[in-house]
Design a protein. Structure first.
Lengths: 335, 320
């Protein structure tokens, strides 16, 4: 198992390098010019020097290698500096945003908590809703609960988040006025009232994403439970006199969770990607909103770094899912 | 000593021919596979309903504009922001354009994008899947490529692609065709991977079957083998992917338009209409409703269709 994990980790490196190259080359084609906003009175040779100062003067491969060094070598040093108070990265050039002229990772770190709060909470909530629904509707297959549950999950699966979000805003913000329609990022939780307000402003985005995630996961859970409920070992467990609760919740559930856990792990990065839309609907000032803003402002280092972070998450959680699969299911040991 | 069971004397069969030979020769042709599939499909109520609703939507958006008197781009500034009336059943927008006409025009674009992108994704997916499954030498390379594509962050990349190629394509093909090609290609290129994986798995299993061996032994060439023997047999997973592909493409197109990076404002699609309506959320909340319902209903019906199709095409469940 350990050798398998190490092998996968080693394999992940060329994958990530390739993905970063693809993103870099794609952005290389970008038509925008970071000097477009500079006044026309600035002479061309000064513009050329400004361009060089942004690191644009050099050929493609040099810039790619420089970006790699900045992202994989200098940024971790900055992280270590911040954690332990050392000064490893002093004077070294970091990945700079063209919009703000400040390090990209600083902005990412600023925006991360909002995304993690909303997206993370909604994913946890979605999983917590989905598992019992999936288990019960598989156990009572074709019952009314199952029919209704399947229908609702089909709806949650089909209705795009940008419609559910807008619909919730119309109902609960415009008509009823219960929840604020815009997420206030500067809000600080200091006492009970502000905590209540934090939950109120999180309610709608979290609900939208949770519904979407719950719909997908509950379908997987139901299918996986159905696969296991008719197996011989379930009949054996019943035949030796185990209670129904033990049979379903211990024997069947543990075996059905194997594929579901990997699906949950695989879903995490896609949730970050899908949250781009939800963040846009509720004006949550998170990573997705940062990406959209950067794309519109032609801020290529920011787009490059953010897209790569999303790719990194996908590769990482794929790895986690694979390793989890091996750990949970002794029949599938890769070595 | 064992008692011998009924002995059949060799050569004495002439008087009483074996039972099978006396059976009447079947006159009616055997039931075709597609007949069985249809019978099973008919029993799936959700799938039938989904199929009918999807056909109705397609019919409405493609035939409706021919019958409806208002044009989607006709501006009647004096009758702007109207509520539902007999002349405008869904009201008018901030420029006095008829919402129903715009919904139908938007549906045309959304459904065409969905179907075209699905066809492109299916073509790419089946091509990669069949090649990887059939030719062992290509397998490793193509599947690594599929894995790499699966590891790409798709929505951010789609946004970047739209940003990068919008202007060159607009210049080459005109604003409407250009963005249509861009969106269809972008969605198609980023959604073929699941189809490729499923098709490859099926082709690998099919290759070991006797009929393939038989076909090979009479000298069938690889091209003929793929078109005559492999492709018809992997049609069912491809059809199921097709329905899911339409749903996925429609949602992706709407999402892009909703983020403001899809079709231009004067070119209605359902996603674009929804995006424009959110600006008037406070005053006219009902405007958000129609495009949203149209997207959701289409996707829901296609998903149900896919569910029913999957059940109908799975011979293990058929007949239950």
């Amino acid at each position: 198992m350990l050798t398998f994990t190490i092998r996968r980790l080693v394999l992940a490196i060329p994958t990530l390098l390739f993905i970063s190259l693809v993103i870099f080359l794609l952005l290389e084609l970008a038509p925008g010019d970071p000097m477009a906003q500079v006044p026309l009175t600035v002479p061309p040779e000064v513009k050329e020097r400004m361009r060089e100062a942004l690191g644009l003067g050099e050929p493609v491969h040099i810039r790619f290698v420089k970006w790699l060094i900045q992202f994989f070598w200098i940024e971790p040093q900055v992280l270590i500096d911040n954690l332990f108070g050392t000064s490893l990265s002093e004077g070294k050039l970091r990945v700079l945003s063209w919009q703000t002229r400040s390090p990209v990772m600083d902005i990412v770190v600023q925006r991360m908590p909002q995304t993690l709060w909303v997206v993370g909470m909604s994913y946890i909530l979605g999983v917590l809703i989905a598992l019992p629904i999936g288990i019960y509707s598989a156990y009572k297959q074709y019952s009314i609960f199952d029919q209704v549950g399947t229908f609702i999950s089909m709806i949650g699966f089909s209705v795009p988040t940008f419609f559910t979000g807008v619909l919730l805003i119309v109902i609960f913000s415009v008509n009823l006025g219960w929840f604020p329609s815009i997420y206030d990022t500067t809000h600080k939780v200091t006492d009970w009232d502000s905590l209540v307000f934090q939950f109120r402003q999180m309610a709608m985005p979290v609900f939208v994403l949770a519904l979407y995630n719950a719909a997908q996961i509950s379908r997987f859970m139901r299918a996986s439970m159905l696969d296991n409920l008719n197996q011989d070992y379930v009949r054996t467990a019943r035949a030796k006199g185990l209670g129904e609760k033990v049979v379903v919740l211990v024997h069947v559930l543990r075996n059905s969770m194997i594929p579901v856990v990997t699906v949950i792990a695989l879903g995490v990065p896609h949730v970050f990607g899908g949250a781009i839309i939800t963040e846009q609907v509720f004006k949550v000032n998170g990573l997705g909103q940062l990406l959209i803003g950067a794309i519109e402002a032609n801020d290529l280092p920011m787009v490059q770094t953010l897209t790569f972070i999303f790719a990194l998450l996908i590769v990482l959680f794929n790895l986690i899912a694979d390793v989890l699969y091996g750990v949970l299911d002794p029949r599938i040991r890769y070595d | 000593m064992t008692e011998p069971t009924q002995k059949i004397a060799p050569g004495s069969g002439g008087a009483t021919p074996a039972g099978a030979l006396t059976d009447p020769i079947p006159v009616a042709p055997p039931r075709s596979q597609w007949r069985d599939v249809w019978d099973q499909f008919k029993h799936h109520k959700g799938a039938m309903l989904g199929g009918i609703i999807f056909l109705l939507i397609v019919l409405l958006v493609f035939v409706g504009p021919l019958l409806w008197p208002y044009d989607a781009t006709y501006i009647d500034i004096r009758s702007r922001n109207q509520g539902p009336s007999f002349a405008h059943p869904l009201g008018t927008d901030q420029l006095g354009r008829d919402t129903l006409a715009r919904m139908m025009a938007g549906g045309q674009t959304s459904v065409s994008v969905g179907i075209t992108a699905m066809l492109l994704a299916l073509f790419l997916g089946s091509l990669v899947g069949v090649l990887a499954g059939f030719f062992k030498r290509l397998d490793g390379l193509l599947m690594r490529m599929t894995d790499l594509f699966l590891a790409l962050p798709l929505l951010p990349l789609l946004l970047v692609m739209v940003l990068l190629f919008r202007d060159p394509l607009n210049a080459a093909f005109g604003p409407e065709t250009g963005i249509f090609i861009l969106i269809v290609v972008a969605i198609g290129v980023t959604s073929w991977m699941p189809t490729a994986r499923i098709v490859r798995g099926d082709v690998l299993a099919l290759k070991e079957r006797e009929f393939v061996l038989a076909a090979r032994s009479i000298g069938t060439t690889n091209t003929k083998m793929i078109t005559r023997h492999i492709l018809p047999n992997v049609l069912s997973p491809i059809m199921v992917s097709a329905t899911l592909g339409i749903a996925n493409a429609i949602i992706t197109e709407s999402a892009l338009s909703f983020l403001g990076l899809g079709f231009p404002p004067d070119f209605p699609t359902w996603g674009r209409l929804l995006f424009d309506a959110t600006d008037y959320l406070q005053q006219y909340p009902e405007r958000v409703f129609w495009p949203g319902v149209a997207i959701s209903l289409t996707v829901l019906s296609v998903n149900y269709l896919g569910d029913g199709l999957r059940d109908a095409l799975d011979p293990r469940i058929r007949g239950r």
